[in-house]
Design a protein around this ligand. Structure first.
Ligand SMILES: [Zn+2]
Length: 347
């Protein structure tokens, strides 16, 4: 099945996902399950001895043994507790697994802190979230869908299924956690849920984790096409606006993509002419949400994240289609002004 060509264009163009493992799919499981390293000389005054922990450098964070059989280790940051599956470490190999984790941890806390700040005034307490790696047995399945991670907000926890998508998806999932579990306003699934998660993670936060997935060459290629900000970092907002414009332009007609309803949807002429909330792509949803907030303010939009398509006029004074096409025209103008264009590559 062809899935989201726009993503393919965007990501293959520029993303050089290192990982939590760029070679995840081909890496053979390591033969030896980590021999116990020699005990360190200095005794730990209070904690249990760390003699059987792998020697890994996780920056300011520390690997701890877990009591669970499934999750061998735990890493605690101020906003998250990571549960690291023994099978995943074996799948990627210790070196690659922990190298990827270290790269994520370099930015995760700053990104989570940003997302909380962006929703300041709308959140209650934000308890520490549990994050589970779950690559083994999920990776192949996850590849068929568009998602590489999932937030279970009834638990709550985040599971990461596809190691190379941890960089691009983790903040989106954390935004789900914040908006479904910690926000004062109610929020519906599908459009509103995905739109605000994209808005937070791709439009208003810097998303350092996402940006860190780009190679130097990728950054250069992005900058050459206008998809970089003043600091030379990838400008995710512009990338998303350009992707949304390309979709509105009809470049995906006949192709199957994952809509915000998470169902595979085939793009048709009719969907271009008569869009519906549940069949929007993630790009359009995030971009349209951002536009609604710009025009009507956070307060009004956040307070109405349960309305259906037929209730737009009552809340925003215009019906959904009218507003959506206004956004699409503004978005196209923004892309034209900034010279933003996706390369029209074919398979
Ligand atoms: Zn989502």
């Amino acid at each position: 099945m062809k899935t989201i060509r726009i993503i393919a264009i965007l990501l293959s163009l520029i993303l050089c996902i290192g990982a939590f493992g760029c070679k995840a799919q081909t890496q053979e499981p390591t033969a030896e399950p980590t021999a116990a390293p020699e005990a360190t000389a200095e005794p730990e005054p209070t904690a249990e001895p760390d003699a059987d922990l792998p020697e890994v450098d996780l920056g300011e964070y520390r690997l701890e043994k877990s009591d669970s059989n499934t999750y061998a280790y735990v890493v605690r940051t101020p906003h998250a507790t990571w549960h690291l599956a023994a099978a995943d470490i074996e799948l990627l190999g210790e070196e690659m697994f922990f190298e990827g984790l270290e790269r994520l941890l370099e930015n995760q806390e700053a990104d989570f802190t940003d997302a909380i700040a962006m929703l300041d005034g709308y959140l209650d307490d934000v308890p520490v979230i549990d994050i589970y790696t779950d690559f083994s047995g999920r990776t192949e399945k996850a590849k068929l869908g568009a998602y590489g991670a999932y937030c279970r907000w009834n638990v709550p926890c985040i599971e990461i299924y596809q190691p190379d998508m941890a960089f691009t998806e983790l903040l989106h999932e954390y935004a789900h956690y914040l908006t479904h579990c910690c926000m004062r306003y109610e929020i519906d699934g599908d459009f509103w849920s995905e739109a605000i998660a994209e808005y937070v993670s791709k439009f208003i936060c810097k998303n350092r984790m996402f940006c860190s997935a780009y190679s130097e060459d990728g950054r250069t290629a992005l900058a050459a096409r206008g998809f970089a900000n003043q600091d030379g970092d990838p400008d995710i907002r512009k990338m998303y606006c350009a992707a949304a414009a390309a979709i509105r332009d009809g470049s995906m007609i006949g192709q199957t993509f994952s809509a915000v309803s998470q169902a595979p949807v085939q793009m048709t002429e009719r969907m271009l002419e008569h869009p519906t909330l549940t069949t929007l792509s993630y790009y359009e949803a995030g971009c349209f949400f951002d536009w609604l907030v710009e025009r009507y303010g956070k307060e009004l939009v956040f307070a109405n994240m349960t309305i259906g398509q037929g209730e737009f006029r009552e809340v925003f004074g215009e019906d959904f289609e009218t507003l959506f096409f206004e956004w699409a025209a503004d978005n196209q103008a923004f892309c034209t002004e900034n010279g933003l264009k996706l390369i029209g590559s074919e398979d």
